[in-house]
Ligand binder design. Sequence first.
Ligand code: FES
Length: 143
Amino acid sequence: MYSEKVMDHFANPRNVGEIENADGVGEVGNPQCGDIMRMSLRIQNGVIEDVKFRTFGCGAAIATSSIATEMIKGKSIEDALKLTNKAVVEALDGLPPVKVHCSVLAEQAVKAAISDYYRRQGVDPEPIVGKLEEDCHACGCGV
Ligand code: FES
């Protein structure tokens, strides 16, 4: 059912924890299942120097948040904002269809943390990050 990569990131999640005095923190929840993902960022000169996450949720949510942190670490904010849940799923060699909505949480957590970073700078994040989709139905997975 799950790819080896999913199992690996579930069993050995990368970048778990919380950055002290983070430059941006985002917490998102999936209203369908009640799972929660929290991401904290250290940003310097527009680059994500460090990222950590905590996920209270299913195995797929843990695996997607883990790989998402790897995919944005060392990247510019601009590049991190291009991270889609589709790219996260592809990087994990796929997810079962009923679990695709879990990857949406990872994309949203990154965007929420970057939005928080902008807010702390006194910048309105919405024109840059876009509206955060709170409703999981947006991903179209039908869950
Ligand atoms: Fe809730 Fe996966 S079942 S995020």
